[in-house]
Structures are given as C-alpha cells and as structure tokens.
Design a protein around this ligand. Structure first.
Ligand code: NAD
Length: 459
C-alpha cells in the first residue's frame, strides 16, 4: 500500500519536473536537486512514534498493546489524522495513512499537515472500562507529541466520539491551562464537538459522487460529448438515469453514504446492497436503509446476520457472504470499510463502472490500473472522504473561538469546500488521460512542493 502511494507521488513529481510553468525559478541542476529532495521529504514521515500500552484488564491480566502515532508532514499546519482501533493495525499501514492525510489536506486546502494513529486491538474484545483505560494510556504515552497546535487526532475505524471524549478529558487533565477543546476532534457535541461532524465523511463521500456525476456533467455536457476522454464517456453514459448502488462497510461512513444515496433528490438511486464485517445484504428492489441504521445502533454496529433478525425489523433481503458485494452487478460501488478490497485477484470480476472510495486505500494499484484502463471512474479516497477532516477543521476553529455553528452552516461549508476542490480538478480529469487519483496527487504535490520551496525547506 505504501509503495503505491509513493509511486504515484514519484509520478506526480516527474510530471511536474517537465512542466516549465511549475517553479520556473528552479532551472538545471538546481531543479533536479530540488525535485530529489521533494521526493525524499514527501515519501518519508517526519517522525514515527510507537509504544506498547500496558493495560491491566478487569480479570487481572496485563496486556501489551502495540500503538502508533506517525507524523508525516506539517508544512501546511499542525499534524492531523485519526486513530484507528483495529487488530490489523501495523506501522507500515499507519505510515501510509498519515501520508494520505498530508495529500488529502493539501488537495482540499485544509491548513493541517498529515498524521495518523493506531492501536492494535479488536475493540469488541474489551469492556468499556478497559477501552477507557486504553484511551487514557494512549494520551499519556503520546502526550508530548499531541496538542491543539501540534497534532490533533480524530476518530477512525473502530473509534468514535466516546473515545475522543475520554482522550480529550485525559489531555485536559495532564495539560492544565491548555486550549484543550482543540486537542481532539470528533468529540460529542456536549464536549465541544461540532454539529454535523459525525455525518461529515459520509455526506462528503456522497457529495463527491453526486457533484461529479450530476452537477458537473450536466453543466459541461456539450464539452464532454465532444471529448475523446474515456472517463467523459462513462460519465455521460450514467447521466440522468436511475442507478443501482452497493455500499461496502456500514459504519460511520458507509451508513451515512447509503442514507444519502437512498434519499438523494437529484439522482434516482436504488441501494440494492450493503455489507459489513459479517455479511452482505441484497434486495434487487432496494433496501430499507433507515431500518438498518436503526438496527446497527442497537446491535454494536453490526448488520442483521439471520432471517429472524431481518424479519424482526421487517427488512426484506437475501443474506450473502461479505465479499459478494464487491463483484455485484451494480452501477456504483461505494467502498467504506478497509484498505485493499479491490485487488489483483478480484479486479476482473468487478462490474461497477463507478467506484467511490469512502475508505482509505481500498483499491490496490493493480486494480486501479486495470479498472481505469477500462474507463471505470474511481473517485479516490483523498478526494471523496475528506468531509471528516474538513469538518474537523471547523470543529477545531469553533473550539478555539468557543463560537459554534449550526449544522446547516457546517454542511454548507463542507460542500462549498469540496465543490471548490472538484471544480479545480475535474476539467483536467476529463481533458487528459490520467485517472482521477493521479490528477489529485499532482494537485496536492504541486501545493506541497510550492509551500516547501517557499519555506526554504528543499535541500
Ligand atoms: P467504522 O468502524 O465505523 O465502520 C467500518 C465498517 O466496515 C463496519 O461496518 C465494519 O463491520 C466493516 N468492516 C470491517 N471489516 C470489514 C471487512 N473485512 N469486510 C467488510 N466490511 C468490513 O469505520 P468508519 O469510520 O466508517 O471508517 C471506514 C473507512 O473510512 C476507513 O477506511 C476509514 O479510514 C475511512 N475514513 C473514515 C473517516 C471518518 O470520519 N470516520 C474519515 C475518512 C476516512
């Protein structure tokens, strides 16, 4: 996964090296040296902090939990990135996720750098008291490198506002007098969280899809019709027609994305499949998304896994295996679970012509190359799932000013920011042969490189 991100950054730098209008003041050997140092800076994290959290469980056993905080780059502002609670968490993946945060913030012009954290546990195996202890220990272990002007964590897979509230409380306790409201984002509203933060990533994921496939395509229909670009052809094929939709992952991001899709008044979507870590649920006539959201709220986040559970909530669906969703015959596939879901072994089976990455890095390079060559539109993670960090930025601002916005103000600012980014990227995407991911990386790398050069950071 790390290799993939690095190689696209290298390709983006190669494209910029040959572009005379990019940093024209750098010429000859100076230009080559500057680009070599840019590559070194962007492909290496500034610091990797790791530790074993030693936690006494309720039964008396003491466990040692590998945990990480990676600072990738802070050229654009304080480090910012979520903390993942998952048994697969490892150093390499956290480094890559931090790298993606740097690129994401640069792409959307959010004044933060990139970081990421991880705690290698399955949170479902711990009691609430034990989880609180794990959160408290994480803050104690990494206190020196965290803070509202240094590095601001947020939730990620397996964590949410409960964990952020516990962590902020511990931060406040051990840093008296600090601007503690800005130390963590994704907190509960009563603890200084932002209205609209919980839904922000899912809403943003759906918005990126709707804006590209509906608003932008309709506004630029004539230009796209005369273009020879394969992605323009795919977009026009899907314009103004009902679409079948599948959503992999039904947590914070996936459930909100599915709800937005099912309630969209611009595109007629039918959400025919959703999945989670246990199952895929399928109904060709469309699933009752609000009923399923209600169910997960009462069942530790899991979808129904039996006919009895489905009958109890009057939801009609076939139960299939969790992988089935990836190769279903649908128009649009939203990926909102984990990384590496579309890969070399299933890429030829994927039927969706539009893929939207709510999750980080769910498509491997091989799968991306293969699908993009066939004209499949892939809206990449750093473009689609930035809603969380954009509203985290608004939460951080509100915490500093102790002035709070309405939910409508928050979502309007979110959509305005995403629209601005999409308007900056899409003309190039529909005009040149690069996949959207490469366009986004070029955009991010251009901004980061210019800032690093102007800050005198190049060797
Ligand atoms: P979450 O823990 O709320 O939900 C994850 C969902 O994925 C659950 O439904 C879970 O059952 C499912 N899942 C887990 N393992 C699976 C597997 N092997 N196969 C299929 N499904 C599986 O997490 P989330 O916050 O919704 O995050 C989902 C993705 O979105 C992650 O990649 C995360 O990094 C990314 N993301 C989240 C945010 C945010 O604000 N929460 C922001 C940006 C990106």
């Amino acid at each position: 996964m790390e290799e993939q991100t690095r190689s696209i950054v290298q390709q983006s730098l190669n494209a910029l090296l040959g572009n005379e209008s990019f940093l024209p003041e750098l010429q000859g050997d100076m230009r080559k040296t500057a680009f070599t140092s840019l590559n070194a800076i962007l492909s290496t994290p500034n610091q990797i902090h790791k530790s074993f959290l030693r936690v006494a469980l309720e039964g008396g056993e003491v466990v040692r939990i590998p945990s990480y905080r990676v600072h990738h780059n802070d050229a654009l502002g304080p480090y910012k990135g979520g903390i993942r609670f998952h048994e697969t968490v490892n150093e390499e993946d956290v480094v890559n996720l931090a790298f993606l945060m740097t690129l994401k913030n640069a792409l959307h012009n959010v004044p933060f750098g990139g970081s990421k954290g991880g705690i290698s546990i399955n949170p479902k195996e711990f009691s609430e008291k034990e989880l609180q202890l794990i959160c408290v220990n994480y803050v104690r272990y990494f206190n020196n490198v965290l803070g509202p002007d240094k590095d601001i964590p947020a939730p990620d897979v397996g964590s949410g506002e409960r964990e952020m509230d516990w962590m902020m409380a511990e931060y406040k306790k051990i840093n008296p007098g600090s601007q503690y409201l800005g130390s963590f984002t994704g907190k509960s509203i009563v603890n200084g969280g932002s209205l609209g933060r919980r839904e922000a990533t899912g809403k943003g994921v759906y918005f990126s899809f709707r804006y590209l496939l509906h608003d932008y395509v309709i506004a630029n229909e004539k230009a796209l019709a005369t273009s020879t670009n394969i992605f323009a052809k795919t977009a026009l094929d899907f314009m103004n027609r009902p679409l079948t939709v599948a959503v992999q992952g039904f947590g914070n991001v996936g459930s909100v994305t599915a709800l937005e899709a099912s309630q969209c008044k611009y595109i007629h979507n039918k959400v025919v499949a959703v999945s989670d870590r246990n199952v895929t649920l399928f109904n060709a006539d469309g699933l009752d998304i609000p009923a399923l959201i209600d169910f997960i709220a009462k069942n530790q986040g899991d979808l129904p896994t039996s006919v009895e559970q489905l009958t109890e909530i009057s939801v009609h669906a076939e139960i299939q295996s969790r992988e089935d969703i990836l190769t279903m015959n649908v128009d649009v596939l939203f990926l909102a679970a984990l990384e590496n879901q579309l890969h070399d072994h299933n890429k030829t089976e994927v039927k969706a012509r539009i893929i939207v990455e709510g999750a980080n890095a769910p498509t491997t390079q091989e799968a991306d190359d293969y699908l993009s060559n066939k004209g499949v539109i892939i809206i990449p993670d750093i473009l689609a799932n930035a809603g969380g960090v954009i509203v985290s930025y608004l939460e951080w601002l509100q915490g500093r000013e102790t002035q709070f916005y309405t939910e409508e103000q928050v979502h309007n600012q979110l959509f305005d920011k995403m629209k601005h980014t999409l308007d900056g990227i899409l003309p190039q995407y529909f005009g040149d042969p690069f996949p959207l991911r490469q366009n986004c990386y070029i955009h991010s790398v251009t901004r980061l490189s210019t800032v690093l050069y102007k800050q005198g950071q190049l060797y």
